[in-house]
Design a protein around this ligand. Structure first.
Ligand SMILES: [Zn+2]
Length: 79
């Protein structure tokens, strides 16, 4: 059993350095006024969106597009 913590640590490290492609995906509207990213593709924030909904990684949304989390999505994820 004494190797178990090491094994768990190794697995955790592998996850951090090589995340599955579907993890951390968020949704963006590319309208010129858009400054939020969304966790849910059917968020009411997209009701007024004039472009299609783009899915990007969370990192791209924050670093690349300077987005912040939509307040509706935030509330919804806290439920
Ligand atoms: Zn939203």
């Amino acid at each position: 059993m004494k190797f178990l913590p090491i094994l768990l640590f190794a697995l955790q490290a592998a996850c951090l350095t090589n995340p599955p492609p579907t993890s951390g995906e968020v949704y963006l509207c590319m309208g010129s006024w858009s400054y939020k990213y969304h966790l849910y593709k059917d968020c009411q924030g997209f009701n007024k969106c004039t472009t299609r909904v783009y899915s990007v990684t969370l990192k791209e949304a924050i670093k690349g597009n300077k987005r912040t989390l939509c307040s509706w999505c935030k509330k919804r994820s806290n439920k």
